[in-house]
Design a protein around this ligand. Structure first.
Ligand code: ZN
Length: 134
């Protein structure tokens, strides 16, 4: 079954830890063995897995993305004026797959699943599709 939850971002660039919401959906599904797909259907958002223990990591990712894909560039052509948000979303990607083993998400000790939004604040939808293993 396809499930979803919503995330309200509060700033122009927001990175939100969504691990507990994904974990809750997996737990309620009762699936013990499989994978789950976490997907955001938004062109200025992304999903990624990285360190959740030290919030400075997320801050540094935001900082580095601004350097790699600057918000202002006179050569952007997209009329909406948010090309950098689209590019950051495209570079990181809008879905991740996470293994489910023994009913739990398989993540590293320090890892979490994050939603990134680069042209907020906005309300975003996150889809979670659980595929049962054999
Ligand atoms: Zn746009």
């Amino acid at each position: 079954m396809l499930q979803s939850f919503k995330v309200k971002t509060t700033r122009h660039t927001s990175i939100v830890n969504i691990t507990s919401s994904v974990r809750e959906i997996v737990s309620k599904s009762g699936v013990k063995d499989g994978v789950c797909v976490v997907y955001v259907p938004h062109t200025t958002a992304c999903v990624f897995i990285n360190e959740a223990a030290d919030p400075d990591v997320v801050r540094d990712i935001t900082y580095a993305l601004e350097k790699i894909v600057p918000w202002n560039d006179p050569n952007y052509e997209h009329g909406e004026g948010n090309s950098a948000a689209h590019i950051r979303s495209a570079v990181i990607g809008n879905s991740r797959m996470v293994i489910i083993d023994n009913g739990e998400l398989v993540l590293g000790t320090w890892e979490g699943i994050f939603l990134g939004e680069f042209d907020g604040p906005r309300e975003r939808k996150v889809y979670v599709k659980i595929l049962k293993g054999s």
